[in-house]
Structures are given as structure tokens and as C-alpha cells.
Design a binder for this molecule. Structure first.
Ligand code: PEP
Ligand code: MG
Length: 906
């Protein structure tokens, strides 16, 4: 590192060398302290050691650059001048706090040391200045204990979990009959300090450092060191914070909230972070130091009480909060201390908030003219809208569960929302338990179409294997079910009926909670809260005018619709799904997977008959059973979506999802089909494929057995014609899957057209319709111009396109893909967010070639990426007409589409 480079940035007395924009270098806390100082908010003076030094520290065997020391000493001198006290001075000592502060906040993950600079001499100076011996020794006692833990690591050197200094403290309290730390008198505190030091010597073989400068460097090293402690590393892994960023260190003059009844310390939000309500929200403790608020030793008081206890400081705090919010034009999360009625701010940062709060704050701030509508739309993470639609966990209860160590693991957040229920392991049990009034979470290694009723009965679905496009994830999202998929740490043992994570075991019937918005799997029951928006829009059980949450959601969605260009459709194959999507403003159905229509009831039997039929006659018999079912379903969906496009895909079943799974099922099917069990058994064996996802599926099935496509076209056009006759305006778009060449499409299209003409003729009506194809094979992208000669629309099936472009099996990738993402080999799971360089490039080729041949070729996407905000932005960029996503993601996709426009214009 070159010399003369600035590593240390001073702030104090209205002047600061940093500002709010320097988060990267100064960390979030540092940048906030510098900015507050600049705008005249009372902040104790101090300095920030940059994140660059943290990186240097780790790349140079925990050494610092040669010129750091001088810069620290010089900054410390400036602090001394402002505060008019001297570090290590025995008459009027300056004490400091040493705190971490990364670019993104990592609450509670790294270390802090308070009251630094105390020894047997300086404590006397502190006592003299404050005229308060108990306070002096309390600070000293706290300092020795904190330093021994954070810097000397006394706890981690123990064989047991117990903290030896905590044992001494408890013992002392017992002897003197004190209920809490606050009841310990001066003499006891003095004794404790000596006893602590003796114990430190005994346990660690070193003297407690008396030299404040040595203490300071010890604390700085410990804070840098805490960047890589186990929990911080794990936190960054969970929240995708780069491991290489490093933390800054903030050294700041101490102010004291524990000097008596005119002192306090607390945290506050400028608006309620849970509801977004414009009210000053926070908690404080009188006569306390920072860690007391979080330690839970004393119960903090609500902010209203501060007005009564210290009206002047409370008014000042409100004024400062208003100023901060106006300055940042954003809700702030602050830490403060009041020392003898004087207010000091120790931190400000953008407050984390729930989805509810995000919407409310954004909408309110527009009305307050703090921000404009565009900024409001930019402020909300599209995924946050899910919280307004799904039941959610009571956040406080969830945090409690975390603190109690009940987090079992994290899987993929596959179906947003909160579910809590009893563990069951089979779909049948889920149905049975639900019937007797139990709430259940269906826990499977992975799910299959056989599980569909169980999935429907369950509050949520938890799988140990599978990715974001696994059966469980796909179906759950579409059903609007909460789902955590691919939680690889879970060991599901069907025979023992247990679910195990390391030593923790859950048995059938035990409670488990899953958060499908974050992927968390938590032991035990956590209460959920219902969604008002759904009550208004879908259940119609709540008057929209009576729900503020709904009103604000609706307002926001109006702004979204004004801005976005991209259309938003939905993937739905059941009428109720279509209904929900329409209530959310879906502009059509972008994918109706006809094979999914067979998952209900006994229909799967007829599909199996069709798949396993010996000859065409047998197949036609099975198809005849399916035709009326399909027709009714199409009618229902076309009716709901009246005049909006409904893209119906011809059959595309990966065979393994539909074949009978066990002997009992084969025996039953043989009975229905009137075949010997042996014959059927052989047929099932013959149909087994090595890689069913690349096997006899998609249009290949319709090409081998044209009667399947015929039956489906007939069901579609009979449904549409009957609706026309009833005065409705159905608009089917028939979509042929897994097409790789013009000829494949041509062949299937000719069948559909023939049936369309015949049926319209027979009914004597005309139906508006299109015939198009999915683009889900690399070859289809490369010959998109040829395919466009036949296709009236393209719909990118990015699930398969990702699978085929990357050579990654959709069903097996879960085993290794997460570690690819973790280690930075891939920026994101490509089944979640479009791999722009590979899959995206193919899509661009297809768009260009397709539109060259057919200028107005309608183009959309119906892979799961259609509901992923980043992928939606990409689809906007390459000029698609619409995205199609699961019903509950319609608002998310709409907001992402609006943000894509704003990103271009900003
Ligand atoms: C796709 O491949 O992206 C798609 C939508 O089809 P499916 O997931 O049904 O294969
Ligand atoms: Mg596909």
C-alpha cells in the first residue's frame, strides 16, 4: 500500500473528512457518522479506519500499513482537542468506543468494545470529573469484562459454554444479595474488577493490559478479526454479502447514558419499520449503556415515555429525526445516547422494513412531497410485495426463535409466505391430518405429481432436494403455497418418520415453521398473520375502502401500470389460479400446462392409460376420457380470462412424472386397463428413460402420437366455440412445446389448424386464435427465423432453455449448484435468474431472427424467470412483449417491469 494514503478519516465538531456516499470505504456506520457531523447533528467526535485496512490486515498476516499508527494518533489528538480530555490521562481521561461497521449492516455479527481507556489511574480521573464513584467503577467493570471477551477471547478459550467472568459476577450478586447488575455497589464493583483480572491471568496466563494505547490496538485488531468470526461468515453466506468487503473500525469519544437519571440510551426509527406508520418508533433505557438495550437484562421503555422523563431531550431527538429523514429523504434507523440531558447521535442508517412498511412509507412520502412517484417505485424491492399477499410470520416471534437457536437451516425460497404446521411425510397423511383439522407442513425429499393433493392440503411444502424449478417449487408457487425447496441440510427418513439436522430431530407431528420468502426452516410453531390484500381482492371478505394496506397497494400498482411497458401474464392451469391472477391484474395467461390439469382426482389414471396404451386404439380410448375433462377446464379458464389471451400448451409431460411409481399402482392400473400386470410392468420398464427431461416429451409426443394433439386441439376449439355461441370472447393461443425445427412446428400446427377449421365450421362460429411455439432449445434460438415462418408467437421456456444451454439437469442441479453460487462460480442460480451471457444471448439471437422474419411476432417468457425481478428487467431490455409468472408474482413482475423502465431513464 503506498504511503501517504489516507486510511483514517476524522469527524467532529461539524467537520468530517467523509460523507454519506463513502460507504464502501467507511462502512455504513462510518458514512452515517460523517454525514451527520456535516449537517450539524450532535455526534461525539471520532475517526473511521477504512475498510481497505481490513483487507490489508487479512492479506498481510494481520499486520497494518506502516503509516496507520501515525494517522490514528493524529486523529485521536484531534478528538482530544474537541472533547478537551486526553486519552490515557489520569486526571481527565478520554474514553472511546471501538465499533465495527461494514458496507451493508450485519446486525450483531461483529464486535464492539466500549469504555476503552480505563485503568486503575484513569478511572480515578473519571470519578473525579463525574463525582460519581459507582459510575466510574461500573464503566471499568464493564470494560474489563467486554475486553476480556472480545479482545482476549476468554469465553472461546473455555472448555465449557460458561463465561468465567459471568460466573464471578453471578457469584458476587448472590453474596451481596443484588438482583441485577445495577444493584451492585461501588465496593462490589471494585472487587469484581480485581477478581476479573485475576481470573484473566489464571485462564489466559496474561496480565490485563493497563496501557490505553495497547488496549486501543487490541480492540482495533479484534474488530477487524471479528469480520471473519464464524457467525459473521455464515451471515454473509446467507445474505450474499461478499466475503472480501471487510469492515471499517469506528473509534469515537464515549458519551454516557449511564451517568444517572438524566441519562439514557436507545434506538429509534423515524417511522414504524413494521407497519410503515409515520410515528416515531423506538425504545430506550434510563441510566444505561448501549449493550443493556439489546442484552434484554432490562425491558426498554417505549418512546412516548421519554417525553415525560426528559422532555427537552425528547423534543430535540424528534427534531433531529425529522432533520435526518428530510436530509436522507428516507426512513432512518438511529442509535442515540443522552448524557445529562444532552442528546448525542451514535448511528443513522436506512431502516430495514417489512414489505408493508416499504409500500406505506413510499406512498406516504410521495404524498408528503418528500419523493416523487418514480422514486417511490424505485424504493420498493419487488419481492417485498409478496409480503402484502402472503400470510407472514410475526417478525418479533421469528427473531425470538432465531435467538433461541431454533433455525434449522436455509433452503431455496421457492414459494413466498409463512407456514407453520405439524411435520408429515406423505401426501396421504397431509390430506388425512388436514381433514381432522390439523395444520401440516409436508416434508419430502422431493415431490412428484402424486403428491399434489397433499401439497394442496398442507400449509407449506418443505423439500430436501430440488431447485427453484423443481416440481415442488413450480407447483407450490403456482398454487400460492409456501414452499422451501432443496434444504440440503435436512435428512428426511420416511421409514423412521423423522427429519434431522445434525443432532436436532423432528418427528412426525412436531411443529415446524418455514418462511418461503427467505428459505428459513425453523423448529416449532411461529404465529402467522393474514394478508389484507388477498381478503379484498380474492376472498372479497374485506371492503377495500376499509383496508389501508390494500388502498396503498392499489395506489402503488396504479403508478406501476402507468410506467411499465412490459405486459404481465400468468402461468395458471386451474380456474382458481386464473381468478387470483386476474384479481392481481394479470393481462392474460402466458402458460397453461395442460398436463398439470391431470394432477387432480382420478385424472392421472386416464393419463397413465394414454401413456401406456398398447396401440392407437387404446390411446384413443384413453383420450376420449380426457377430452371432456380438458374441454371443461379450458372453458372455465377462457371464461375467466374473457377476451384476454390464454396460451394453452399442448401436452409436455416428462414421462417419469406420470408413470406409476410402485407395484400397487401398477396392479390397479392393469385392472382398469384390463391388462395382465406383467405386461404393464414390462411397458413401464420399457418407458423408463435415462434422462426423462430430454426424452420423449414436448412436441415429440404429439409427433409420435398425433391423436394426442388432435384431442387437445378439439378440446380447446370446442370450448372456445361454445363460449362464442354464449356471447363470450375467448382468445386461445395454442402453443407447441420443445420445438427444435420448423418442420416439427409445421407438423403440429397443421393438426391444430385442421381441427380449428373443422370445429369452427361445425359450430358455425369464428374464434380469434394464434398458433405459436415455445423457444426452449438452443437450436430453436439459432433457427428462430425459420421457426418464425410458422409461429405467430414465441414464448421463451427458460427453464428448459437454461437446462439445455448450460447442460444442467433441472432435477439434479440442486446437489451442486448452490455451492457454485456460494463460491462465485455463478452470480446467481441460473434457474432463478436468467444467465444473461449464455441463455440471455441465445434469447437475443432468437428475438432478432424471429422479428426479422415476422416484424410483429409476439414474444414472451413463461419459464419461472418470468417472476424474477432481475430477469424481468432483462426481458424488458431485449424487447419482449410480456413476461408470464405464477399468479402471486404478478404484482412483483409488474413492479420489476416498471423499475426496468425507470432504470433506463434515470
Ligand atoms: C420452460 O421450460 O421454461 C417451461 C415453461 O416449461 P416447463 O417448465 O413446463 O418445462
Ligand atoms: Mg419446458
Amino acid at each position: 500500500m503506498p504511503s501517504k494514503k489516507q486510511h483514517v478519516f476524522f469527524f467532529g465538531n461539524g467537520r468530517a473528512e467523509g460523507n454519506a456516499k463513502m460507504r464502501e470505504l467507511l462502512g455504513g456506520k462510518g458514512a452515517g457518522l460523517h454525514e451527520m457531523t456535516r449537517i450539524g447533528i450532535p455526534v461525539p467526535p471520532g475517526f473511521t479506519i477504512s475498510t481497505e485496512i481490513c483487507r490489508y490486515y487479512y492479506t498481510h498476516r494481520k499486520q497494518y500499513p506502516g503509516d496507520l499508527k501515525a494517522q490514528v494518533v493524529s486523529a485521536l489528538t484531534r478528538v482530544e482537542k474537541i472533547i478537551k480530555r486526553k486519552f490515557a490521562d489520569s486526571e481527565n481521561p478520554l474514553l472511546v468506543s471501538v465499533r465495527s461497521g461494514a458496507r451493508d449492516s450485519m446486525p450483531g455479527m461483529m464486535d464492539t468494545v466500549l469504555n476503552l481507556g480505563l485503568n486503575d489511574q484513569t478511572v480515578r480521573g473519571l470519578i473525579q470529573r463525574t463525582n460519581n464513584p459507582r459510575f466510574g467503577y461500573d464503566c471499568y467493570r464493564r470494560f474489563v469484562q467486554m475486553y476480556a471477551d472480545v479482545v482476549l477471547g476468554i469465553k472461546s478459550r473455555q472448555k465449557t459454554d460458561s463465561d468465567p467472568l459471568e460466573v464471578i459476577l453471578d457469584h458476587k450478586k448472590k453474596i451481596v444479595g443484588a438482583q441485577s447488575d445495577a444493584e451492585l455497589d461501588t465496593k462490589s464493583l471494585q472487587e469484581l474488577i480485581s477478581e476479573y483480572k485475576a481470573e484473566i491471568k489464571h485462564c489466559l496466563g496474561v496480565e490485563f493490559p493497563d496501557d490505553p494505547m495497547e488496549q486501543l490496538w487490541g480492540a482495533i485488531g479484534a474488530v477487524f478479526g471479528s469480520w471473519n468470526n464464524e457467525r459473521a461468515v455464515a451471515y454473509r453466506e446467507l445474505y450474499k454479502i461478499p466475503q472480501k468487503w471487510g469492515t471499517a473500525v469506528n473509534v469515537q469519544a464515549m458519551v454516557f447514558g449511564n451517568l444517572g437519571e438524566t441519562c439514557a440510551t436507545g434506538v429509534a426509527f423515524t417511522r414504524d419499520p413494521a407497519s410503515g406508520e409515520k410515528r416515531f418508533y423506538g425504545e430506550f433505557l434510563i441510566n444505561a449503556q448501549g449493550e443493556d438495550v439489546v442484552a434484554g437484562i432490562r425491558t426498554p421503555k417505549p418512546m412516548v415515555d421519554l417525553g415525560r422523563a426528559m422532555p427537552k431531550a425528547a423534543t430535540q431527538l424528534q427534531r433531529v429525526c425529522k432533520l435526518l429523514e428530510k436530509h436522507y429523504r428516507e426512513m432512518q434507523d438511529i442509535e442515540f445516547t443522552i448524557e445529562n440531558e444532552k442528546l448525542w447521535l451514535l448511528q443513522t442508517r436506512t431502516g430495514k422494513r417489512t414489505g408493508f412498511a416499504a409500500v406505506r412509507i413510499a406512498v406516504d412520502m410521495v404524498e408528503e412531497r418528500l419523493i416523487d412517484k418514480k422514486e417511490a417505485l424505485r424504493r420498493i424491492e419487488p419481492d417485498q410485495l409478496n409480503q402484502l399477499l402472503r400470510p407472514i410470520f410475526d417478525q418479533q416471534k421469528k427473531e425470538l426463535a432465531h435467538r433461541d437457536g431454533r433455525l434449522l437451516g436455509k433452503g431455496l425460497p421457492a414459494g413466498p409466505g409463512a407456514a407453520t404446521g405439524r411435520v408429515v411425510f406423505t401426501a396421504d397423511d397431509a390430506v388425512k391430518w388436514k381433514k381432522r383439522g390439523e395444520r401440516v407442513v409436508l416434508c419430502r425429499v422431493e415431490t412428484s405429481p402424486d403428491d399434489i393433493r397433499g401439497m394442496d392440503a398442507a400449509q407449506g411444502i418443505l423439500t430436501a432436494r430440488g431447485g427453484m424449478t423443481s416440481h415442488a417449487a413450480l407447483v407450490a408457487r403456482q398454487m400460492g403455497k409456501v414452499c422451501v425447496a432443496g434444504c440440503e441440510v435436512l435428512h428426511v427418513d420416511y421409514s423412521a418418520r423423522t427429519l434431522r439436522v445434525d443432532a436436532v430431530e423432528l418427528r412426525e407431528g412436531d411443529w415446524v415453521s418455514i418462511d418461503g420468502s427467505t428459505g428459513e426452516v425453523i423448529k416449532g410453531e411461529i404465529p402467522t398473520l393474514p394478508s389484507e390484500v388477498l381478503q379484498v381482492l380474492v376472498a372479497h371478505s374485506l371492503d377495500g375502502k376499509k383496508s389501508r394496506v390494500y388502498q396503498q397497494f392499489a395506489k402503488l400498482m396504479r403508478w406501476v401500470d402507468d410506467v411499465r411497458v412490459l405486459g404481465v401474464r400468468t402461468n395458471a392451469d386451474q380456474p382458481d389460479q386464473a381468478q387470483i391472477a386476474k384479481a392481481f391484474g394479470s393481462e392474460g395467461i402466458g402458460l397453461c400446462r395442460t398436463e398439470h390439469m391431470f394432477f387432480q382426482g382420478d385424472r392421472i389414471q386416464a393419463v397413465r392409460e394414454m401413456i401406456l396404451a398398447e396401440d392407437e386404439a387404446g390411446r384413443r380410448r384413453a383420450l376420449a376420457k380426457l377430452l371432456p375433462m380438458q374441454k371443461e377446464d379450458f372453458k372455465a379458464i377462457l371464461t375467466i380470462m374473457d377476451s384476454l389471451p390464454v396460451t394453452i400448451r399442448t401436452l409436455d409431460p416428462p414421462l417419469h412424472e406420470f408413470l406409476p411409481k410402485n407395484d400397487a399402482e401398477i396392479v390397479e392400473l392393469a385392472r382398469v386397463m384390463g391388462l395382465p400386470v406383467e405386461v404393464l410392468h414390462n411397458k413401464v420398464t420399457v418407458l423408463q428413460e435415462f434422462n426423462p427431461m430430454l426424452g420423449h416429451r414436448g412436441c415429440r409426443l404429439g409427433i409420435s402420437y398425433p391423436e394426442i394433439t388432435e384431442m387437445q386441439a378439439q378440446a380447446i376449439f370446442e370450448a372456445a366455440c361454445e363460449l362464442r355461441l354464449a356471447g363470450k370472447n375467448p382468445f386461445p393461443e395454442v402453443m407447441i412445446p420443445l420445438v427444435g425445427s420448423r418442420q416439427e412446428l409445421q407438423e403440429q400446427k397443421s393438426i391444430v389448424e385442421r381441427i380449428a377449421h373443422q370445429t369452427q365450421h361445425a359450430y358455425g362460429v369464428k374464434v380469434r386464435y394464434l398458433i405459436g411455439t415455445m423457444i426452449e432449445l438452443p437450436r430453436a434460438c439459432m433457427v428462430a427465423d425459420e421457426i418464425a415462418e410458422e409461429a405467430e408467437f414465441f414464448s421463451f421456456g427458460t427453464n428448459d432453455l437454461t437446462q439445455t444451454c448450460l447442460g444442467l439437469s433441472r432435477d439434479d442441479a440442486g446437489k451442486f449448484l448452490p455451492s457454485y453460487v456460494l463460491h462465485g462460480l455463478l452470480p446467481d442460480d441460473p434457474f432463478v435468474s436468467i444467465d444473461r451471457d449464455g441463455v440471455g444471448a441465445l434469447m437475443q439471437i432468437a428475438v432478432k431472427k424471429g422479428r426479422k422474419k415476422r416484424k410483429r411476432l409476439e414474444m414472451g417468457i413463461c419459464g419461472e424467470h418470468g417472476g424474477d425481478p432481475k430477469s424481468v428487467a432483462f426481458c424488458h431490455t431485449i424487447g419482449l412483449d410480456y413476461v408470464s409468472c405464477s399468479p402471486y408474482r404478478v404484482p412483483v413482475a409488474k413492479l420489476a417491469a416498471a423499475q426496468a423502465v425507470l432504470a433506463k431513464t434515470s
